[in-house]
Design a protein around this ligand. Sequence first.
Ligand code: 0X9
Ligand code: ZN
Length: 308
Amino acid sequence: LEDYTKHFLSYSEINSFLFQIVNLVPTAELININKTNERRDTYVIKLGTPMGRWKPAIFIDAGIHAREWIAPATAINFIYQLAINPTRDAVITDLLRKFDFYIAPLVNADGYEHSRSSTSNRLWRKNRSRAANSHCIGVDINRNFGYEWNPAAGGSSQPCSDLFSGAFKFSEPESRNLRNFMLSKKPDLKGYLTLHSYGLYWLYPWGFSDTATAVDDNKLRAIARTSVNAMSKQYTIGASAKVLYVAAGGSDDYAKAVAGIPYSYTVELPPSSSAFNGFILSESKIPEIAQDTLKGLKAYAYSIHDYI
Ligand code: 0X9
Ligand code: ZN
């Protein structure tokens, strides 16, 4: 199974990895959160040690954007480390007792497979749905969530744009699948990390406006600071619309505002924002990036535990 952690996997390889994990780990569970536009199944894996009492949960997703291959690869590494714990890391054992982890390694499987296909576009970002009155394909899933949805705020109402927000909020199966999952675990979910690339940012709400400040901004910043301090890469932290750009309809804003997940973050993985062609990374970079990000995840989990 370790070999799966070292490569950019196909959709079917990701599924075969997940099926093998649940066959090997008695406490692991697979949840099918429904199909993509092209009718691929989307999975969330649950990892945690049953404690016979309520536990808070952390939801991690990856692959909202098709071309950001390091994000699903990092999620696969998280699943491997948490489920197998090959180094018998006491911190992982402890975190699995404190939390249930729900990990969706590939949200936008259609777009991802499109970006993998040699005959198509490696830099594809969106999903693969067909717009009603256009020849263009795809909606930006991270502009399609229903909190403060607004194509004029960092999205687009043009189907041919890479930032197309969709014809209406939650027009897309991929964003609805995430929404429905978040809402189904609403009492339990306390943390949300959505893995993207690239730029080395650890971002928190709000993304929809650069004049809105979360009421718990200080706490969000403190948790982000603790998380990035545990990593060797130099991440920038901040409210996403203030340190990056305004973009409404993101999954992070929805998670916090509507799904009630207090500690919601978008993680922009390596390389740094100054990299040229930062979506295209050698597979040899996967282990170091995944290991460093796992340090951030551990620090994040402990940090939010202190606030629950
Ligand atoms: O623009 C995005 O969707 C994210 N950056 S990316 O380069 N991976 O596309 C940032 C999203 C930050 N969150 C919100 N704006 N809500
Ligand atoms: Zn992204």
